[in-house]
Design a protein around this ligand. Structure first.
Ligand code: CAA
Length: 385
């Protein structure tokens, strides 16, 4: 029989700066309740000039490597939809920054917010073949929309790193998984654009179609009955979306589901904003690092990537999982961000389109350990504090 495979450890990272959505509401003349209640968002992380998907991903992965070392790691999957290069995987920069062995293969996976789930499933496949291998998965994204649009308050930036292993300490990945793919023009980022193109209303309905389709496939493949799923993590482009998803799933299945349960997953994403590929796994971190005792609980996970690919799968939390959770670390990261005003944030937003030679000043003191140092010879350079 094959061993149980799943998530052995998981760490969150984000940027050094944060925008409070009360400030954005005041600047744009919007009722703050629209953001806090209507969208379920309070803040959004904003990258400084020296921060991007590599620096966040490296910061998250560093904490995994510090605890577990590199033994057994043969593969690094880097999931992102805000890639920094059309060819080279962002994970190659992380590999260098962390000094990982030459004997690690590195590849980038893309399908909007979904691809970290593809990484998790692919990792499980590799480990099923060789249970001594461990796979490092990084999901890292910067959500950027045009300023003065309805999507502006749903920006954000964050990363997770997780280690996929046999006999995991945190949560076992169950075998049944349900998938739903449908081409739809709800959200995408053309090659000539630094910001995503989005049809907000269509994106919400495509997401809800995705959860219904993925659930049906999950159920038909021997997934757990809905009454045997204790908690639900749904992808959180804004946290109210998880509540909508939960209601829609209940209606689809024909049972009343309690949206209160979903609120146990939203605490971090309310403060980070959308982190695309990382968002679902940051929701998982919020649940695992919260007050509830989850040992033995089954968590239903819904992953949605616009365009669109959806997947519903389930995890079972392991006894003793609390020994590896990182609540204090995550809280310190969130609390340690500098609050920037709207002028400063919009100046940073305007910087996002640099792609030719530039030097970036590295701050003497910084809340984050890795830095984007600039572009020379059209190649991106990175450094550590
Ligand atoms: N007090 C309380 N609530 C208020 C309010 C007030 N004063 N004013 C408005 N609201 C509520 C509205 O009633 C609405 O709630 P419901 O959805 O529950 O009806 C909510 O605030 C949003 O308001 P609008 O319906 O007017 O929507 P909007 O024009 O502000 O746009 C959005 C919202 C479509 C999410 C937009 O922010 C957007 O396009 N965001 C980017 C796309 C996105 O996140 N899509 C999600 C699905 S796609 C996906 O999941 C992939 C991904 O990561 C991007």
């Amino acid at each position: 029989t094959s061993p149980a495979i799943g998530i052995h450890d998981l760490a969150v990272a984000t940027t050094s700066r944060v925008v409070d959505l009360d400030d954005l509401a005041a600047r744009t003349g919007v009722d703050p309740a629209k953001f806090h209640v209507g969208l379920g968002q309070d803040q959004m992380s904003i990258p400084g000039p020296d921060e991007d998907i590599v620096t966040m991903g490296a910061a998250a992965a560093q904490r995994i490597i510090e605890r577990h070392g590199v033994e057994g790691i043969r593969t690094l999957f880097f999931a992102t939809e805000t890639g920094i290069d059309q060819s080279r995987a962002a994970g190659v920069h992380v590999h260098e920054l962390l000094g990982l062995p030459r004997t690690v293969r590195v590849v980038e996976l893309k399908q909007a917010c979904y691809s970290a789930t593809a990484a998790l499933q692919s990792a499980a496949g590799l480990i099923a073949r060789n249970p001594d291998e461990r796979v490092l998965v990084i999901a890292s994204d910067v959500a950027r929309y045009e300023v003065d649009t309805a999507a502006e308050p749903t920006q954000g930036a964050g990363a997770v790193a997780f280690l996929v292993t046999a006999d995991p300490a945190l949560a076992v990945l169950e075998t049944a998984a349900g998938v739903h793919t449908a081409e739809v023009d709800d959200f995408w980022r053309p090659n000539d654009s630094m910001t995503a193109v989005v049809d907000g209303k269509l994106s919400i309905s495509a997401y809800l179609d995705g959860i219904a389709g993925a659930w049906d496939d999950y159920a038909s493949r021997g997934g757990a009955p809905i009454a045997e799923i204790d908690y639900f993590c749904h992808h959180q482009p804004f946290t109210k979306m998880a509540v909508k998803a939960h209601r829609a799933l209940g209606q689809h299945v024909g049972v009343e589901l309690d949206p209160e349960l979903v609120l146990a997953t939203t605490g971090y994403n309310r403060r980070i904003g959308n982190s695309y590929t990382a968002s679902l796994y940051i929701a998982l971190a919020a649940l695992l690092e919260g007050d509830r005792d989850l040992a033995g609980a089954r968590i239903g996970m819904f992953s949605y990537g616009s365009g669109s690919v959806s997947e519903f799968f389930s995890l079972v939390v392991q006894d003793g999982y609390r020994a590896v959770t990182r609540a204090a670390e995550t809280e310190a990261l969130l609390a340690g961000r500098d609050r920037v005003d709207i002028d400063a944030y919009r100046a940073l937003h305007a910087l996002g389109s640099r792609d030719s030679n530039v030097d970036v000043d590295i701050p003497g003191e910084s809340a984050v350990p890795f830095h984007f140092a600039g572009i020379s010879g059209r190649a991106r350079r990175y450094t550590r504090s």
